[in-house]
Design a protein around this ligand. Structure first.
Ligand code: NAI
Ligand code: MG
Length: 354
């Protein structure tokens, strides 16, 4: 198959981890006889330096003409004095908006070799494999009216959802659940919020289209606790924007390191794939960056933009296997573990390719 991939490596460790991700994709293309075309483009601080703005029109054109956009990370301390709309991070917000994806997929997988890296007990986290499906374009972050009346000590945000916005993200969650453990946990606050009642009723309606999938509803407050107590009991977790933002960060606790987390934003014009972490200026250029979040993001490209499920699963299995051998970048290393070997970004990438 042919796949045009825009590669927006960005700043800091972005290019370092993206290189490992594209190397894996090239290997998959070569083995499978696929034609993957990679087109690099500027975003973030490197785009400001090169073109004057964080998201040049040329990058947008390349992204919109591609089948998938792979992004590293943006952000560079040297632009800290600029206003928010001129900083590298503005490029990220702009491209997310331009691509229009409304479903943000964030897998939280507790690789058993890393169980000891979580503050939770290994017997609680081992085997946990949660896929958050977070609605990304609605709710409090976008609802109108929103204002801050600076004189009258009042501010307003609006949690607004239309039925259609809930339907489309719910369908994605149920579709994904049919390919996993066939369980959807829908999170809301239906005991208090009107929006949550619409959310719950709509998700229940969509569930009827997927009789093989079990649906459960959880209130967001107790869900925050259940996630830490029984992470293994969840499969797909479907949430609105704010609840998903909070819960998916919380679930990072079960995985061991920020450097392990991939994400994909789907449903728009072109899917956007990025590791969850930022540009990590504190370790950029040192070879310490963990490329596994970016490599697992590459697996998501294969799964969600290429239909190459077996190849995606093979990459994930390779990551688990490499971790089981004791290979560790600094962020996932633990003092006192005699079996581990410290490896660089490139060495970790190479171990996964093999
Ligand atoms: P960060 O995610 O870059 O780093 C937080 C901490 O985690 C740092 O100590 C870093 O060294 C470590 N870390 C992150 N990724 C790692 C990896 N792959 N391997 C090993 N260690 C890793 O977040 P921070 O420090 O708050 O922000 C740094 C810059 O990144 C800022 O300019 C920020 O705006 C930007 N940022 C960009 C994001 C993106 O492009 N999607 C997301 C978050 C932050
Ligand atoms: Mg967040």
């Amino acid at each position: 198959m042919k796949l045009n991939i825009a590669v927006l490596a960005g700043d800091g460790i972005g290019p370092e981890v993206t290189r490992e991700a594209t190397t894996i994709l090239r290997a998959v293309a070569e083995f499978g006889g696929h034609d993957f075309v990679f087109t690099p483009a500027l975003i973030g601080g490197v785009a400001i330096t090169g073109t004057g703005g964080p998201l040049p029109q040329a990058t947008l054109d390349i992204a919109l003409a591609s089948d998938a956009v792979v992004l590293g990370a943006v952000g560079d301390n040297k632009f800290n004095a600029l206003s928010p709309d001129k900083r590298p991070e503005a490029g990220l917000l702009q491209i997310r908006q331009a691509l229009g994806g409304f479903a943000n997929l964030r897998p939280s997988v507790a690789y058993s070799a890393l169980a000891g890296n979580s503050p939770l007990r290994p017997e609680v986290t081992a085997g946990a494999d949660i896929l958050f499906v977070r609605e990304l374009l609605g709710g409090l972050y976008f609802g109108a009216p929103r204002w801050w009346n600076r004189d009258e000590n009042e501010a307003i945000n609006t949690m607004r959802y239309t039925k259609n916005e809930i339907v489309r993200v719910a369908r994605i969650a149920f579709e994904l659940a049919t390919r996993r453990k066939k369980k959807v946990t829908s999170v809301d606050k239906a005991n208090v919020l009107e929006v949550s009642q619409l959310w719950r009723a709509t998700v229940t309606e969509i569930a009827a289209e997927y009789p093989e999938v079990t649906l459960e509803h959880q209130l967001v407050d107790s869900m925050a606790m259940h996630l830490m107590n029984t992470p293994r009991s969840f499969d797909v977790v479907l949430t609105e924007n704010l609840f998903g933002d909070i819960l998916s960060d919380e679930s990072g606790v079960i995985t061991g390191s920020l450097g392990m987390l991939p994400s994909a934003t789907i449903g728009g014009t072109v899917n956007l794939y990025e590791p969850v972490h930022g540009s990590a200026p504190d370790i950029a250029g040192t070879g310490k960056a963990n490329p596994l979040g970016a490599i697992l993001t590459a697996a998501m490209v294969l799964r969600h933009s290429a239909g190459l499920e077996a190849d995606a699963a093979a990459i994930e299995a390779a990551v688990a296997q490499v971790l089981a051998t004791g290979a560790r970048t600094a962020d996932i290393a633990r003092g006192g573990d005699a079996n581990q070997q410290l490896v660089s970004t490139q060495e970790m990438g190479k171990l996964v390719h093999q």
